[in-house]
Design a protein around this ligand. Structure first.
Ligand code: URA
Length: 441
């Protein structure tokens, strides 16, 4: 078998066999097939696509390039959530303790901020002492005891994806639905989840801007996940404006904590974040056999939040993963960089749009996120939105507070942040947060 024939076959639009895909992926990981041939194949896939069977086979082959988390003996149901990423997208930090309080176990393996989108690991590490590099034994122990554990990928987690993603990033082949599907699902299978709720986002702050394209991705993820034995549902959700009111590392952890504490929850700030969390949580409970339908799932989530157990589990997890809950609680509302600026409204009128991508890009400069995976992030920087799309404002009203890693970063971010707000004379029609649910079959 020769790599060049496999590239040619895909270039002509032929479906590749398991043997051909295995030859390519195993050879790539072993270093016997060079990067340039794998890049050429990825570009052929980008243009020609893959059949559902090919996508499932690729996912299995990628999965078997590394180890899998051994969660045997841990009573399930093991249910996780994955988001395709957004700005202010922080539902994981609320969902994990919430569904754990209702009898699910969530083995959460997350990623870091890259580009304009945030990363769960960076957010958690803004809590002093919090460790996300758990050993497999620690991950098992914390998951079994607290009902959820939060960790990052190791070098052994789907090495084929690590290598292939790096190539796709520099060969303009990231935006291929079958390659994204195999990348996401191989990692989710490796972490040991039995069931998965996907939050597939569309809009300016999402990976896929176009809803139809995001729906195609959701369909591919659901069909491939089901073919691999996962119980799976996807929600197609709007990411045109940041979710909730905080964008940043500690700032987002803080907003999640306020959502878990009925005494601190502020609907004026976090209604959309809570709404999405309830929709996702309800589906996680359904897939885990704890709720019969979304309405029942939402009710269970609301009752659990009112009872305070999810908040307790969140604080317990901080201790379990090396953090100090007393210090964490003392930082709420105060842990902010000294470099601060207020962004006022430039016009009278309704805010018709807050461009999430611009906010995310400004966030990179402030120190929230990073452009290259090796860049550091700052824990105490970011943005607080005081107004969301649809609000009526007068020129000079405070729209946003920004905290930067230094004065220069703030100065550079201010024009981008100001440009993220658009105004209109009439109230804009509200965007639906959850556009569609996609199930298997
Ligand atoms: N996220 C992933 O994990 N993989 C992709 O290919 C794209 C987004």
């Amino acid at each position: 078998m020769r790599a060049v024939d496999i590239i040619m076959a895909k270039r002509e639009g032929r479906e590749l066999s398991r043997e051909e895909l295995g030859f390519l992926i195993n050879g790539f990981v072993a270093g016997t097939i060079p990067d340039y041939q794998v890049s050429a194949w990825a570009m052929a896939v980008f243009f020609r696509g893959m059949s559902p069977e090919e996508t499932a086979t690729l996912t299995e082959l990628m999965l078997s390039s590394g180890g899998r988390m051994d969660l045997s003996g841990i009573p399930g149901p093991l249910v996780d959530k994955h988001s395709t990423g957004g700005v202010g997208d922080k539902t994981s930090l609320i969902l994990a303790p919430l569904v754990a309080s209702l009898g699910l176990r969530d083995p959460m393996m997350s990623g870091r901020a890259l580009g304009h989108t945030g990363g769960t690991l960076d957010k958690l590490e803004s809590i002093p002492g919090y460790r996300t590099g758990l050993s497999p034994a620690e991950f098992r122990e914390i998951l079994a005891r607290d009902g959820f554990a939060m960790t990052g990928q190791t070098r052994d987690t789907v090495p084929a994806d690590r290598l292939l993603y790096a190539l796709r990033d520099v060969s303009a082949t990231v935006e291929s639905i079958p390659l994204i599907t195999a990348s996401i699902l191989s990692k989710k299978k490796a972490e040991g989840a039995e069931a998965l709720v996907l939050d597939v986002k569309y809009g300016s702050g999402a990976f896929m801007k176009d809803p139809a394209e995001a729906e195609r991705l959701a369909r591919s993820l659901v069909d491939t996940g089901a073919a691999l034995g996962l119980r799976i549902i996807a929600l197609l959700t709007n990411m045109d404006q940041p979710l909730g009111s905080m964008v940043g590392n500690f700032l987002e952890v803080e907003e999640c904590y306020t959502c878990l504490d009925p005494a601190l929850y502020d609907a004026a700030r976090s209604a959309d974040l809570m709404e999405l969390t309830l929709e996702l949580g309800a589906r996680m409970l359904m897939l885990g056999g704890k709720a019969g339908n979304p309405e029942e799932g939402r009710r269970f989530c609301l009752e659990a939040l009112a009872g305070g157990k999810p908040r307790e589990l969140f604080l317990r997890n901080i201790e379990s993963q090396g953090g100090d809950q007393k210090r964490f609680l003392a930082m709420l509302g105060t842990y902010r960089s000294p470099h601060r600026a207020e962004i006022p409204a430039r016009e009278d009128g309704y805010i018709s749009r807050i461009d999430a991508r611009k906010i995310g890009q400004a966030g990179i400069g402030l120190g929230v996120g990073r452009n290259r995976s090796e860049d550091p992030v700052s824990p105490d920087v970011g943005l607080q939105l005081h107004k969301k799309a649809g609000a009526l404002v007068q020129k000079g009203d405070p729209l946003m507070t920004a905290w930067g890693k230094d004065r220069e970063s703030l100065k550079a971010a201010i024009p981008i942040l100001e440009g993220a707000f658009e105004y209109a004379a009439a109230a804009p029609s509200p965007e639906k947060l959850v556009m569609k649910e996609i199930r298997y079959g």
